[in-house]
Design a protein around this ligand. Structure first.
Ligand code: NAD
Length: 477
């Protein structure tokens, strides 16, 4: 397979730099070739998106919804093809990727239905004979920049609300999700989405992504990725007065109190920490455990982690696959080395396959680490979680909040008053009791506090607020 750009309804292969994609589960397997674009392709895409804007924006919401619904049906029909390709491209286990594709299908159907929902309010006027109301209108051309860790769901949770609100789009996928992006674009073509409504440009963030943010004539940018890049993008957008949304990193904690039900807590902790090889912005990367339950929890976790199926992402029984790339592998291994030198490894997984055949990092739980250590404060984005013990609930919440990030947090308890206090006391955009830190449903607002977000939510109704602007209308009669 080869990546291609899709601009103004035409396919073409850019003649820039190219690289071979190797399957992170099995480096000897060449999955395809990615062709990277020059920045000039972004300007071409911006012109195409601008040209198709009036016709797309003037369609009824019902008609735009029909296109989204058609894409949803096609995506579901191609679930195996999309999940296999994405899993081979970035290493997420196939069982999870099938779930991710279905999330994309549900998101498309959810936003398709928004095309015929009420849009705006009637606001009583102080004058007689005046009808006053507000209506949501499109922003215009929207630039969408996505990461590789959810190569299907994140693009769709941006594209679907952008399109239903009447915007046209330039989408710059992550470099190592470009093959999957090409396949998704093929489904948009099959759904007969009008030319130029979505334009897909493959390329490096530092040139194509930056040209989209800094130079292309766009009306909004929606970015998901690391906090460092997101903050740079926010500055550039603010300088141009381009509306922006940045969803960024996390360092999410799961707190386990003495009264927790470990039968429920342990699987939720494993899933939060080690599914997707810990490469979720909402991954559980800190465990904060009350002293009384710590010995029992550590015993359970040590046993369970040793039994996790670590292996090839296309094996349906795999729980933890490889990390996505060489860069990820080196970065995550540097944290594992720190865990070995500066802490105590209390649990570690074992691979079912040759660990050197791909980018395999064993699931690891490390304790005896200072709360200000890099392992506890930095986003590792791999299957490594730290375990800290605390005397009581107050100390747990203090540690939970002692981070730059504020994406998600969980508490495991049977005590209703601690559960309710926790939902109030924690500075995170998504707070969950007796549930893992990951897994917020598509119809609910998604986003973080502090350095995790520019504070505008995605998904659910919240996304419609970002992808539209409000016009206040008044008619005297
Ligand atoms: P990244 O920041 O390196 O890249 C994200 C995207 O931005 C890619 O498409 C990349 O090409 C592009 N990019 C890079 N430099 C750019 C620039 N200067 N200008 C414009 N675009 C640029 O992140 P990543 O490694 O792809 O993804 C992992 C990160 O994403 C983690 O920090 C993770 O927490 C975060 N993430 C956050 C959420 C969320 O909703 N909060 C969801 C998923 C991932």
């Amino acid at each position: 397979m080869e990546s291609k750009n899709w601009i103004g309804g035409e396919w073409f292969v850019p003649h820039g730099e190219e690289f071979i994609v190797r399957n992170p589960s099995e480096m000897s397997h060449e999955v395809g070739v990615v062709h990277l674009s020059p920045a000039s392709d972004v300007f071409r895409a911006a012109q195409a998106a601008r040209r198709s804007l009036p016709a797309w924006a003037s369609l009824t919401g019902a008609k735009r919804g029909e296109y989204l619904y058609k894409i949803a049906i096609l995506l579901e029909q191609h679930i195996d093809e999309v999940a296999n390709l994405a899993s081979s491209e970035m290493g997420k286990p196939i069982s999870e990727l099938r779930g991710e594709v279905m999330r994309g299908v549900h998101l498309l159907k959810y936003y398709a239905a928004e095309g015929v929902r009420s849009n705006g309010d009637v606001i009583p006027s102080n004058e007689c004979d005046v009808l006053q109301y507000s209506v949501r209108v499109p922003l215009g051309v929207v630039g969408i920049i996505t990461p590789w860790n959810f190569p299907v769901a994140i693009p769709i949770w941006k594209l679907a609300p952008a399109l239903i609100c009447g915007n046209t789009v330039i989408w710059k996928p992550a470099e190592n999700a470009s093959l999957t992006a090409t396949l998704l674009a093929e489904l948009f073509v099959e759904a007969e989405l009008p030319a130029g409504v979505v334009n897909v440009v493959m390329g490096r963030g530092s040139d194509v992504g930056d040209a989209l943010v800094s130079q292309a004539i766009v009306d909004a940018i929606s970015f998901t990725g690391s906090t460092s890049i997101g903050r740079q993008i926010a500055v550039k957008c603010a300088d141009r007065n381009v509306k922006f949304q940045t969803e960024m990193g996390g360092k999410n904690a799961a707190i386990v109190l003495d009264d927790a039900d470990l039968v429920k807590a342990v699987p939720a902790i494993l899933s939060g920490a080690f599914r997707s090889a810990g490469q979720k912005c909402t991954a559980t990367s800190r465990l904060i455990v009350q002293q009384g339950v710590a010995p029992a929890l550590i015993k359970e976790i040590t046993k369970a982690v040793a039994e996790l199926a670590v292996g090839h992402a296309l094996d349906a029984t795999t729980y933890t696959g490889p990390v996505a790339s060489q860069a990820q592998y080196q970065k995550v291994l540097s944290y594992v080395n720190l865990a070995n030198t500066d802490g105590t490894i209390v649990a570690q997984g074992r691979s079912k396959v040759d660990p050197y055949s791909g980018f395999y990092v064993m699931p690891t739980v490390v304790s005896d680490i200072d709360a200000d250590h890099a392992l506890v404060q930095e986003e590792i984005f791999g299957p490594v979680t730290t375990l800290l013990t605390v005397p009581d609930y107050d100390a747990a919440v203090e540690l939970c909040n002692r981070t730059l990030y504020g994406l998600s947090a969980s508490l495991f308890t049977r005590d209703l008053s601690h559960a309710l206090s926790f939902l109030n006391d924690v500075s995170a955009g998504m707070v969950r009791v007796n549930q893992e830190t990951a897994g917020v449903e598509y119809q609910a607002p998604f986003g973080g506090m502090k350095q995790s977000s520019s504070h505008i939510r995605e998904q659910g109704q919240a996304a419609l607020t970002f992808y539209s602007q409000v016009k206040t209308c008044a008619i005297a009669y």
